[in-house]
Design a protein around this ligand. Structure first.
Ligand SMILES: C[S@@+](CC[C@H](N)C(=O)[O-])C[C@H]1O[C@@H](n2cnc3c(N)ncnc32)[C@H](O)[C@@H]1O
Length: 258
């Protein structure tokens, strides 16, 4: 049987270009799964390759390679995330760091950057925040709006990339970045957040890091903020709730605009 986007049986090691073309074609033909399903893209992909006669070891190699190839550009990341959200994609419970950071904080206007299917945006709306989120994956936003409607919550969603979203000025009381493909050590974002937040506004940031997180220069990057919480969480010590089965190191940061 010819399966999801794979037109010929391929048993030989594929080149990077073939792997990416094959993955794009596979992702275009994915049918969405019910929201709340656990992420199943890897299993579906391996199954499609197996049905096409690709040996297991080569299929696993191709999938692992996709995780490298997708990082080459934002456009590729979008293809990957659209496919991921059609396959269920990610946890549904709100981020624990966010819940802890908001203890006794008066709700206001919140922005969820790279919101995915909106677990944190919907949580914020349910606790009295006026919640807006953006993501580059239209599939993710569709799921988020569906989930919000089911929960009887109103959220605003915007299809945008970090690079082109209009963060504005004095707009937000909270910016959330949960595994949103920004890094706290990236000097580009703190000035954007500083401008976009109202005085006293918070940034709640949690993400995986490959290897040792770089804190050097962090206080310089986050100038204008008071650092309330900054943690380098060893793999296995704390839950990385996006990828609990993996042993990614995780950083958590909560800062307040002074
Ligand atoms: C690991 S998911 C996290 C989703 C959500 N924040 C959560 O915690 O459930 C990463 C999300 O970042 C989005 N993303 C990655 N790069 C992006 C970019 N450059 N601009 C906007 N969204 C991006 C992906 O589409 C995906 O929804």
């Amino acid at each position: 049987m010819i399966c999801a986007g794979l037109s010929t049986a391929q048993t030989a090691p594929a080149t990077d270009e073939q792997i990416w073309t094959e993955f794009e074609s596979f992702s275009q033909k994915l049918t969405p799964q019910a929201p709340g399903a656990t992420a199943g893209m890897r299993a579906r992909y391996l199954e499609a390759l197996k049905a096409n006669g690709v040996p297991q070891a080569e299929a696993v190699r191709r999938y692992d390679q996709i995780n490298t190839l997708r990082r080459a550009s934002v456009e590729r990341e979008k293809v990957y995330w659209d496919a991921s959200f059609k396959s269920g994609g990610g946890p549904s419970a709100p981020l624990r760091l966010l819940q802890e950071a908001l203890y006794k904080v008066k709700p206001g206007r919140a922005l969820d950057a790279g919101m995915g299917r909106g677990r944190n945006t919907i949580y914020l709306a349910s606790t009295g925040w006026e919640a807006t989120g953006y993501d580059m994956s239209a599939d993710a936003l569709k799921v988020a709006q569906g989930e919000a409607a089911k929960a009887g919550m109103k959220i605003t969603t915007v299809e945008a990339k970090h690079e082109d979203f209009a963060f504005g000025e004095d707009q937000w009381d909270l910016i959330v970045c949960a595994y949103c493909y920004m890094q706290p050590s990236d000097a580009r974002w703190p000035p954007v957040f500083l401008k976009a937040l109202r005085k006293g506004g918070l940034v709640v940031f949690q993400t995986s890091v490959g290897g040792q997180p770089s804190w050097s220069g962090l206080s310089e990057n986050w100038k204008g903020f008071h650092i309330l919480r900054m943690e380098d969480l060893d793999a296995g010590v704390v839950d990385n709730d996006w990828a609990p089965s993996r042993s990614y190191r995780t950083v958590a940061l909560v800062v307040r605009k002074e």
